[in-house]
Structures are given as C-alpha cells and as structure tokens.
Design a binder for this molecule. Structure first.
Ligand code: NAD
Length: 327
C-alpha cells in the first residue's frame, strides 16, 4: 500500500518514471513518493551498493517494476516513460575506493545511457548531482553560481569529477536535443534505510548503538548540513515536477560541526560511547552549507524536518532493525 501522506500533486503530469539507483537509500524514497503520487515506477538497479530490502516493500505493489541492470552498459526499459531520474552511483568514500572505475562510469556512461533513454521517450530528465562538485569550497555557503574547488586526482575525484562530467553532459545533451533536463545538487542526506557505509551519520549511529567509540576523522571542526532523506527526496521530485533547467541545491541550511554531530547522536541514542579522533580523510571539505534561495523561489521547496527530530527517527529505525536482526 502506498503512503498517501507522501503524495505530491505536482507529479500528476507524469505516468511512468524510470528511476536508476531506485534500490538505494535515497532512490527508494523517490520510488515511494512517485508511487504514492500515482506515477508508475521502473526501478533500475544492479545492487552494487544498494540493498534489495530498500524496495522489498514495493515488490508486488501495482505500478512497481524492478529491472536488475547495470546502467553503465546499454539497457532498455520496455514501454514508454515520461520521466527519467538518474540516481545510480556509489555515494560514499569507502565505496569510491572499492568501486573507483564503476563510480566514474556511473557518472559518465550511466548518464549518457539514461539521457538517451529520456531522449528516445521525450521524457523529462533529472540528474542526481552532489554538493561534492563544489569540492572543498572557498565560498560559504555554496550557491549554484559557485564553480567549486575540486582536486582532480584525490580520493574523492572519481566521484566529484564524474558528477561534474555528468552535469556538463546533461546540459550539452539537453541543449543539442531540446530536451527538458534538470540537475539537483544534493547535500548530505540521512535517515532510516541508511547503512554504515562510511557516511558520517550512519557511522556514528552504528557506533553509538554498538557501544563502540564514535570515530571522528580529523579535529571534528569540519561542518556538514545534514538533510532528512524524505525532505531530500521531495526536493528531487519538486525539481522533476517543475520545468526548471538549471542546477538547484537541495539540502538543509542547519550547519553543525562533525564533533557536535557526534555528541548529538550519542545523546539521542542514549549511548555512553567515547569520542575518538582518528586521521582526517583526504580532501575532506572544511565547510558545507547550501544556499537554497533558488530551491525556495523556483520550486517552493524547503526542508521541514529539523536535525534533532530527524536523528531521533533515524536512531529509532536503527534500533528497530537491530532488534529484528536479533529475533
Ligand atoms: P546508494 O548507494 O544508497 O544508492 C545508489 C544506488 O545506485 C544503489 O542502489 C546502487 O546499487 C545503484 N547503482 C550504483 N551503480 C549502479 C549501476 N552502474 N547500475 C545500476 N545501479 C547502480 O546512494 P544514495 O545515497 O541513495 O545516493 C543516490 C544518488 O544521490 C547518487 O547519485 C548520489 O551521488 C546522490 N547523492 C546522494 C547524497 C546523499 O547524501 N545520500 C548526497 C549527494 C548526492
């Protein structure tokens, strides 16, 4: 059964959407909202980083189809679609190290193949880009006019540069073929269904609930602006439902240092785990906060879930999952 509270009327112009990476953390929420809004979903995923459990509740639901395929290779979607959302990509630092070439190909060949799918179908196209395209930013907060400060050969470059290429390809393809394309620059998102894959919040939650030290990379003064995943998914789809053609930041402006985030998660989890400082990650951005003026003005979108509430929901979901695994 789809959740009516997720329904978004702006999506009523679409009948059928292809969502690559729909089996991932964020993609699964995008699928939930589309289905709740009456849009059929074809989820394309190779489960290289996502989990089947993310979409287990959708299997067998009317209007939901799962195609297991690698978007870096040629693939097709039987029957027409009028919206293509390209979210398939590894999305965390350990995964960039484990899947470096796959990460580059998801942004390059994967973007090309999904643009072609949209072109064949005359569909609206949305690329999931990232705040990482701003690199270690020299402008704060980051607005869409900022070009970024990115190391082309660092630990994150397979991701950052693939997404920058993906943005350029999306704009070029859109202009050449007169397509309707949008680019969403997503800032750190968190929430239930996240796995401890090296992203800061999922790691802290896992460590706090496991009674392990919360590992802070570097001095912990670096900042993040975490956005609750349902808010992010709604922002992605607000862009999809609009005709906006330029990049838009989607994120929360509530900025917090990594050390304060660790303290907050420890408190919400009722944990007594110590904090432990370990070596800083290579090219870890010092500051991250989106300027979301554009998203508010063009899409009428802004995040609704404050950090403390989102963390409570995240910890509660992680506790439920732990007790289900133990029973
Ligand atoms: P995720 O790893 O949970 O989801 C990505 C999904 O894509 C996974 O299910 C994975 O199996 C699938 N995938 C990867 N390569 C594929 C391929 N070649 N073919 C088919 N499927 C493939 O990550 P996420 O957090 O849900 O991120 C989704 C998208 O949003 C990514 O494009 C990411 O760059 C972007 N994004 C996410 C965040 C965030 O904080 N979650 C921030 C910025 C950008």
């Amino acid at each position: 059964m789809s959740d009516n509270s997720l329904r978004d009327e702006r999506l009523s112009r679409f009948s059928r959407a292809a969502v690559t990476g729909g089996g991932g953390f964020l993609g699964s929420y995008v699928c939930d909202i589309l289905l709740a809004s009456g849009v059929e979903v074809v989820c394309i995923d190779n489960f290289s980083t996502g989990y089947r459990s993310n979409v287990a509740h959708l299997l067998g639901q009317p209007g939901f189809t799962l195609i297991e395929a690698d978007v870096t290779e040629e693939f097709d979607v039987p029957e027409a679609v009028d919206l293509v959302l390209h979210l398939a990509s590894p999305a965390s630092l350990p995964e960039f190290a484990r899947l470096p070439i796959e990460t580059m190909l998801a942004g390059s060949a994967g973007t090309h193949h999904t643009l072609r799918l949209a072109h064949r179908n005359r569909a609206r196209y949305v690329l999931a880009s990232t705040s990482e395209i701003y690199g270690d930013p020299l402008r704060h907060p980051q607005d869409e006019g900022y070009w970024g400060n990115v190391n082309p050969i660092g630990a994150r470059s397979v991701y950052d540069e693939a997404k920058r290429y993906a943005e350029a390809l999306t704009v070029a393809y859109g202009q050449k073929h007169g397509m309707s394309v949008g680019i969403v620059r997503i800032f750190n998102s968190y929430g239930p269904r996240m796995r401890p894959d090296g992203r800061v919040i999922s790691n802290f939650v896992d460590q706090a609930l496991g009674g392990l030290p919360l590992l802070i990379h570097g001095d912990g003064a670096q900042t993040r602006s975490p956005c609750y995943v349902e808010d992010t998914a709604q922002g992605v789809l607000a862009l999809a439902g609009s005709d906006y053609q330029r990049p838009v930041n989607i994120g929360n402006t509530e900025e917090i240092s990594v050390r304060d985030l660790a303290l907050m998660i420890r408190e919400v989890a009722g944990s007594r785990s110590p904090l432990k400082h370990v070596e800083a990650d290579e090219d870890d951005p010092r500051q991250r906060r989106p300027d979301i003026t554009l998203a508010k003005r063009e899409l009428g979108w802004e995040p609704r879930v404050p950090l403390d509430e989102g963390l409570r929901r995240t910890v509660a979901a992680a506790l439920r999952e732990r007790s289900a695994q133990q029973s």
